[in-house]
Write a protein that binds this ligand. Structure first.
Ligand SMILES: Nc1nc2c(ncn2[C@@H]2O[C@H](COP(=O)(O)OP(=O)(O)O)[C@@H](O)[C@H]2O)c(=O)[nH]1
Ligand SMILES: [Mg+2]
Length: 223
């Protein structure tokens, strides 16, 4: 398997026209839903490399996956927080798995359910050898919360590469976005496994989606 991502590779700009084009190409290929898994023991076998999307409930994970692949209903987006309770696997071009994780921090769900999901997420993030990067989504209106920090800590402790994606930037002003980016970057300085670049997105307005495609294409290319 791979050695992890070197600092040098991290610095290759996904913003370059070459990577933007590769990202566009990759995400124009066939993407299929494979399976939703509710239990660590019935996860898909570790075969293809994968990137996972994590975040608080309702942060916009499913919408982001749909925006990436340019489809409205591949991943189920919902107004009901806490609906995605399974680890959902999608195969992109038979090349890489995209993994939609259950949202964390959904206060109104029954306690036993919440702890079962949390355990599933933790086991998955710590134990999955084919997992190459975690995209941690942060709602740009709310910024980083305590349970996001818990996930960062878990990922840092596991030396698992992760990158922050701000979501729903169409809902805030440019000034507020600037502030949110600064605060996020400041917090990440203390986080050893965090990618230094924060990607600001709107699935609704298709902003920053091309950059994220380029990042994932670049990552998948090095695996
Ligand atoms: N305005 C706006 N709303 C969004 C965006 N992304 C997601 N949403 C809304 O946020 C809610 C939760 O989205 P969903 O993708 O289901 O979140 P998940 O629970 O993290 O999978 C839905 O009502 C979406 O329509 C975005 O970029 N802009
Ligand atoms: Mg969802």
């Amino acid at each position: 398997m791979t050695e992890g991502i070197s600092a040098e590779k991290d610095l290759v700009p996904a913003e370059s026209p070459e990577w933007l084009e590769k990202g566009r190409w990759l995400f124009a290929q066939v993407c299929v839903f494979l399976r939703g898994c509710t239990d660590f023991s019935n996860l898909l076998p570790e075969s293809l490399s994968e990137v996972a999307f994590a975040g608080r409930s309702n942060v916009g994970k499913s919408s982001l996956i749909n925006a990436l692949v340019g489809r409205h209903n591949l991943a189920r987006a919902s107004n009901t927080p806490g609906r995605t309770q399974e680890i959902n696997f999608f195969s992109l071009n038979d090349q890489i798995y995209l993994v939609d994780l259950p949202g964390y921090g959904y206060a109104e769900a029954p306690r036993d359910k919440v702890s079962a999901w949390n355990r599933l997420i933790r086991d998955y993030l710590r134990g999955r050898t084919t997992l190459k990067r975690v995209y941690v989504l942060i709602d740009s209106r709310h910024g980083i919360k305590a349970n996001d920090q818990e996930i960062f800590k878990l990922l840092d402790d596991a030396a698992m590469s992760y990158q922050i994606v701000l979501t729903k930037i169409d809902k805030i002003s440019e000034k507020a976005l600037e502030q949110c980016l600064q605060q996020t970057q400041e917090l990440l300085k203390k986080r050893p496994a965090a990618h230094p670049v924060v990607i600001a997105t709107s699935s609704e307005k298709n902003k920053g989606i091309d950059l994220l495609r380029a990042e994932i294409a670049a990552l998948s290319n090095w695996l």
